[in-house]
Write a protein that binds this ligand. Structure first.
Ligand SMILES: [Zn+2]
Ligand SMILES: [Zn+2]
Length: 416
């Protein structure tokens, strides 16, 4: 078996790993680089079978539904079999109607925790992991008696931290090559830990208590762990979590009983449809989806009266709806995403608007990726013959932190 990180040895984003054995190949992820201007100008990695027919390309496996892992997929041939988790597929499908450049893949096989999947000469064992993206997997790929472990994106401090501890207690064995993400290196001191989602819940509770009007939380609707954190904090402070149609559809798409959603039986959750979303749903011919929120709707004329008892999952463009409804009085904005998104685009604009308008703006967030300490625990538990950094801007730090590190370049083939 041979492995080639086509992209990702020196960056977070654009992740793509090509694995070859006995004349057959699979790809692990086909991500959009973070610095890509747009899909058109971002080139596909030089992999046979992505645009020209080549039956030796057996499948593309997506570890999870973050764009830095699937974003180039719309440029590839539609007849390449796609493999990913069931809930991940449903969420991508639900989100495709709402997010610019959204994409609903046609998935031919599904990843299931611990369930062996055979694709050509490859035996693949998925491990469900804790990550800010829902339904994310690490993968053991076995072929010709050799074993590769790809961490995908993972962490140990989210709502599914048990999965990480279980992996440490019972790690995949006899791993020849481990491709391990290192997103947190350079972003967190080696001996520091990220706040847990539980700790974040406590922080939100405190801040919601101190908020006179509406608490506006700017987080990704697809960060399901975070939505659950915000929902629980809302409930603990006697507030109702208000979501828009996008978040409502994503929450429903998880199809997990434990995830709050605007369906019968869930208290403290409501749906508000902003004006431009109402128009867009009509244009896309999917306006009838709002019928399913009957009994959960909050109307513009109710927002002001309910503001002090509400938390809204919101994006900057919704401010005008809230203002029009007279519901901005006493509001606070809580930024609950990576701070890097505040440096430009919509994040920067939101922060500036809040500053200009005197709306208090603060950050309450924790990373979707494992701390250096947790990565160390993982590397020690798996004890691979060779450890290769991926999904990191700080690969040169790997040899200080982990054993048996091999540094490779994008496009370099490694005999496993
Ligand atoms: Zn991710
Ligand atoms: Zn990623």
């Amino acid at each position: 078996m041979r492995v080639c990180i086509q992209r990702g040895t020196r960056e977070i984003g654009g992740t793509c790993v090509e694995v070859e054995s006995a004349g057959a190949r699979i790809l692990l992820d086909l991500g959009l680089p973070l610095d890509a201007e747009d899909l058109t100008s971002a080139p596909l990695p030089p992999i046979s079978g992505l645009t020209e027919p080549d039956p030796s390309l057996v499948a593309i496996i997506l570890s999870h539904g973050h764009r830095d892992h699937w974003g180039l997929l719309p440029k590839a041939r539609v007849d390449i079999p796609i493999v990913m988790g069931r809930a991940g597929e449903r969420i991508m499908r639900a989100a495709a109607d709402f997010v610019p450049g959204g994409f609903a893949p046609t998935v031919s096989h599904h990843l299931e925790n611990g369930k062996l999947l055979t694709l050509g000469p490859f035996s693949i064992t998925p491990y469900l992991v804790d990550h800010s993206g829902f339904d994310a997997y690490a993968l053991v790929v076995e072929a010709g008696g050799r074993r590769v472990f790809y961490s995908g994106d993972l962490r140990a401090h989210g709502r599914k931290s048990k999965l990480f501890e279980r992996m440490i207690a019972n790690p995949p064995s006899h791993i020849d090559v481990m491709l391990m993400e290192g997103s947190s290196l350079g972003r967190l001191p080696d001996d520091a830990e990220f706040e847990t989602e539980d700790q974040l819940e406590g922080a939100f509770v405190e801040r919601f208590k101190a908020t006179v009007g509406m608490a506006l939380v700017a987080c990704s609707a697809q960060n399901i762990d975070r939505v659950v954190t915000v929902y629980r904090a809302a409930k603990r402070t006697g507030r109702t979590l208000i979501v828009d149609a996008y978040a409502a559809e994503v929450l429903k798409a998880t199809a997990y009983d434990s995830i709050p959603k605007p369906v019968q039986g869930w208290p403290n959750i409501a749906v508000f449809i902003p004006q431009s979303q109402r128009v867009s749903l009509k244009l896309k011919g999917i306006a009838p989806i709002v019928d399913s929120y009957r009994g959960f709707r909050v109307w513009p004329e109710q927002l002001a009266e309910q503001a002090s008892r509400s938390v809204m999952l919101f994006r900057g463009w919704m401010l005008k709806d809230i203002e029009r409804a007279g519901a901005l009085v006493g509001a606070r904005v809580f930024w609950s995403q990576w701070d890097g998104y505040l440096h430009d685009g919509a994040g920067k604009m939101l922060k500036e608007v809040c500053l200009a308008r005197g709306i208090p703006f603060e950050s309450i967030h924790t990373s979707g990726h494992a701390s250096p300490g947790d990565l160390k625990r993982l590397a020690v538990a798996v004890a691979p013959k060779r450890l290769i950094p991926i999904h990191t801007f700080e690969r040169h730090r790997f040899p200080d932190l982990f054993d048996n590190v091999t540094l490779v370049d994008d496009g370099q083939w490694i005999e496993v």
